[in-house]
Design a protein around this ligand. Structure first.
Ligand code: IMP
Length: 197
């Protein structure tokens, strides 16, 4: 299937390709006048609402004829820290840009319990239907920045089961085996797979 991913994040695109291309899907970037679209983020604390709003916005940017031979993918995600009641959550992107990794490490400097999770909501629109799947990756916040791979909070996020290795120290395929995004995309690909005989 031709899947058009509406994202401005090249790392999310790489992750989606890493996961979906071996399953036989072509993943392209949605470009409007040569650029990834800008979405209006609704004021809400729910990732699901943001993802659904972005999928509606993406669909409204594409003509019916283009929509007939492809599926549109939208994904929204964030880091949720248990001891901060889920902060930064839906504000992850803004907080990353304003206080960065060092700001989060400072906020957490007194915290002994450092459980957190990444969450992703992926929405695929095909044949006029919307399929929504979620993925969660539990982990711990590290005490220092390690690695330069991935994006966002990856250098301070250690997924459970990785023996202390952060996402920032993993390549795409290693990250994909743990990641919230990978899980939501796996669930989506299962939902669109033809039933086995
Ligand atoms: P959005 O989904 O584009 O609104 O942005 C989600 C934000 O959450 C990103 O800008 C990152 O700061 C953070 N985030 C979500 N998923 C990941 C991930 O896999 N690695 C690192 N940061 C992530």
């Amino acid at each position: 299937m031709r899947i058009i991913f509406a994202t401005g994040n090249s790392k999310k695109l790489e992750e989606a390709r890493e996961y979906l291309e071996p399953l036989g899907h072509d993943v392209e970037l949605l470009l409007i006048e040569g650029k990834p679209p800008n979405f209006i983020e609704p004021q809400t604390s729910e990732l699901m609402e943001v993802a659904l709003s972005k999928s509606d916005q993406a669909i409204s940017m594409i003509s019916e004829s283009e929509l007939s031979d492809c599926a549109i993918l939208v994904e929204d995600s964030g880091l949720f820290i248990d001891s901060l009641n889920g902060f930064p959550g839906v504000y992850s992107s803004y907080i990353y840009k304003t206080i960065g990794l060092n700001g989060i490490l400072m906020l957490m400097s007194e915290e002994i319990v450092r459980h957190c999770e990444y969450r992703a909501v992926s929405v695929l629109v095909m044949n006029g239907k919307r399929i929504v799947r979620t993925g969660v990756c539990r982990g711990e916040l590290s005490r220092e920045i390690s690695g330069q791979s991935g994006f966002g909070y990856d250098p301070i996020f250690i997924p459970n089961g990785s023996k202390g290795v952060s996402f920032g120290q993993m390549n795409e395929s290693e990250k994909s085996s743990f990641s919230h995004r990978g899980k939501s995309l796996k669930a989506l690909s299962e939902a669109i797979a033809p039933p086995s005989m």
